[in-house]
Design a protein around this ligand. Structure first.
Ligand SMILES: Cc1ncc(C[n+]2csc(CCOP(=O)(O)OP(=O)(O)O)c2C)c(N)n1
Length: 579
């Protein structure tokens, strides 16, 4: 066997060996998984190969770790599971990656091909189950197909609009032997066209529309981050002066502290951004998909604006919002081709108009509240941003804390915010952060999770301990399933059905796993405790006991018009003690 674990080219080997060799050829160094009967041949042979296997505590964790790894690195993440319950436990993680266009390959074991369809022990039709939530999936029962299928799976996962691909391999195919054929030819698949290029005429039309607009706004979505197009977007903005609003997943795609940055749009976006969108005469939507949380009521959405959609996936165009011009292609290529056609222009009056709307929205600025002993989640986010100088990778869970993070932690760099935007998967943060740790060995990583979501995958604390990794965990502990409680407060007359939440002692839970546990109950303690967590080796969990019934403002109620926002009810007295 050679140093990289490959056996001689013409030697016979098992399907199990071929799996790992195929992964090595795709430059995979780490996989996240959990063993079981139908995947045991593969687990037995991984011992021969230089691939690090992270033993998760639940397969959902494996899928989120592969996802976090992919989002932090831009590479394909890999999750492994056995058949039946192992495979179905991946489902939430696969759907999460699908909705956020994250490249991932999941390899599952399947029962012997002879037994398929017989309701054999631990048999599930996982390709049937995952058909609507994968970009593509395969069942492989022929050892001769393993190498080429894994190669195709990686190609599909990472090309065009990325997404998860599942490869289900029967146990007998893993055990059978063959001499594999490794191809170095580019993969070509009938009917699959991942690359598109915008025509010169369309680029010229876009340049004309941009030149004649008086109130344009750029929307930066996840596509900007994925395509590594941040620098080109900056050039675009510096040339044209057009302000930029971002989606949740677009945060960091354009520097939040840049003067042309407006902040986040949509349900919990800045009020002035939503207002500006409704007044705009041109929207340049870059790598985003007009999700309902972004648009609110479609009937009254940006009715004065012409719309140009820069998008890699043609199926996204005109799906939710009808556009005037489609620029299909990789957003980085499109921006590069468009830039020379643009002239500099004056957006000052428009920026002044937008700035005049800002004062109106400042009432949500809770971090400027006077010290009255109470700890608000916004304080934690703001202080974390200040102390880490905005440089940490922040992995958030789903709920109020996710929105406060988006509002108060300013992201200037791409791939620094990892969050489940499309599916909104509670339990995502801890495992995704563990995955990100394997992608970015040197960077500071913070998990920000609610007391509810954290408990969904808290078992992965044990994985972090076994791997001996350092991450910092901030639990925003409000004693409720906060975001649902907020909806109950606003829309169900304050009937708190099934949202008060009793939690374990998180400090002891951390300690039980061999980690450090800390607690913060007052605003004055935030700074010192965060500093302590950063300088303490190993994983540190901080239980932040925050104000219990605080709500995220502003808010566009589901289905309401974008400009029709619920704002913070009472004015907050500002003090000049911050920053
Ligand atoms: C797996 C899953 N189940 C249910 C929900 C619905 N949901 C969205 S936010 C939320 C409450 C989250 O509570 P917590 O984790 O404590 O965070 P907080 O909102 O308090 O910050 C719930 C139940 C979800 N998003 N994901």
């Amino acid at each position: 066997m050679s140093a990289d674990g490959r056996v001689g080219a013409d030697a016979r080997r098992t399907g199990a060996q071929i799996i790992w060799e195929a992964l090595i050829r795709e430059e995979v160094k780490v996989v996240f998984g959990y063993p079981g009967g139908a995947i045991m041949p593969a687990y037995d042979s991984i011992l021969q190969y230089p691939i690090h296997h992270v033993l998760v505590r639940h397969e959902q964790g494996a899928a989120h770790m592969a996802d976090g790894y992919a989002r932090a690195s831009g590479e394909v993440g890999v999750a492994i599971a056995t058949s039946g319950p192992g495979a179905t436990n991946l489902v939430t993680g696969i759907a999460t990656a699908m909705l956020d266009s994250v490249p991932m390959v999941c390899i599952t074991g399947q029962v012997n091909s002879k037994l398929i369809g017989s309701d054999a022990f631990q048999e599930t039709d996982i390709t049937g189950v995952t058909l609507p939530i994968t970009k593509h999936n395969y069942v492989v029962s022929d050892v001769n197909k393993i190498a080429s299928t894994i190669r195709e799976a990686f190609y599909i996962a990472r090309s065009g609009r990325p997404g998860p691909v599942l490869v289900d391999i029967t146990k007998d195919a893993q055990q059978a032997t063959t001499v594999p054929v490794w191809s170095d030819e580019p993969v070509r698949l009938p009917g699959y066209r991942p690359d598109h290029r915008t025509s010169v005429e369309d680029l010229e039309r876009a340049a004309e529309m941009i030149a004649s607009a008086k109130r344009p706004i750029i929307f930066a979505g996840h596509g900007i981050v994925r395509a590594e197009a941040t620098r080109l977007l900056l050039e675009f903005v510096e040339k044209t002066g057009i302000p930029v609003a971002t989606t949740l997943l677009g945060l960091g795609g354009f520097p939040a502290t840049h003067p042309a940055s407006l902040g986040m749009m949509g349900m919990h976006g800045e009020a002035w951004v939503n207002q500006a969108i409704q007044e705009a005469d041109l929207l340049l939507a870059l790598g985003m998909r007009f999700d309902d949380r972004v648009t609110g009521n479609l009937k009254n959405y940006a009715v004065h604006a012409k719309k140009i959609h820069f998008e890699l996936d043609p199926a996204e165009i005109n799906k939710n919002v009808r556009v005037d011009l489609r620029l299909v292609g990789d957003v980085k290529d499109t921006l590069r081709a468009l830039l020379p056609k643009l002239s500099s222009r004056n957006c000052k009056p428009w920026m002044e108009r937008i700035n005049s709307m800002k004062g109106d929205s400042a009432v949500r600025d809770i971090q400027k509240m006077p010290h009255d002993g109470r700890l608000f989640a916004a304080h934690v986010m703001h202080d974390l941003w200040r102390i880490t100088e905005g440089k940490a990778i922040v992995v958030t869970d789903v709920g109020q804390h996710q929105m406060w993070e988006a509002q108060y932690y300013k992201h200037d760099h791409p791939r620094k915010l990892i969050t489940s935007g499309g599916l909104g998967t509670m339990g995502f943060a801890l495992p995704a952060a563990i995955g990100a740790r394997f992608a970015k060995k040197e960077e500071e990583i913070w998990v920000i999770a609610g007391d509810g979501g954290f408990q969904m995958t808290a078992c992965e604390l044990s994985t972090a301990a076994q791997e001996g990794i350092k991450i910092n965990i901030a639990i925003i502990n409000n004693g409720y399933l906060g975001m649902v409680r907020q909806w109950q407060e606003f829309f169900y007359d304050g009937r708190y059905s099934a949202t008060p939440l009793r939690s374990p002692d998180f400090v002891k839970l951390a300690e039980a796993h061999g980690h450090t546990g800390l607690r913060v109950t007052k605003r004055e303690e935030v700074e010192e405790t965060v500093a302590r967590a950063r300088s303490t080796p190993g994983t540190v969990l901080i239980d932040f006991r925050v104000e219990q019934e605080d709500s995220v403002y502003p808010m566009v109620a589901a289905g309401a018009d974008l400009h029709d926002m619920i704002r913070r009810p009472s004015p907050i007295v500002e003090t000049a003690d911050d920053e």
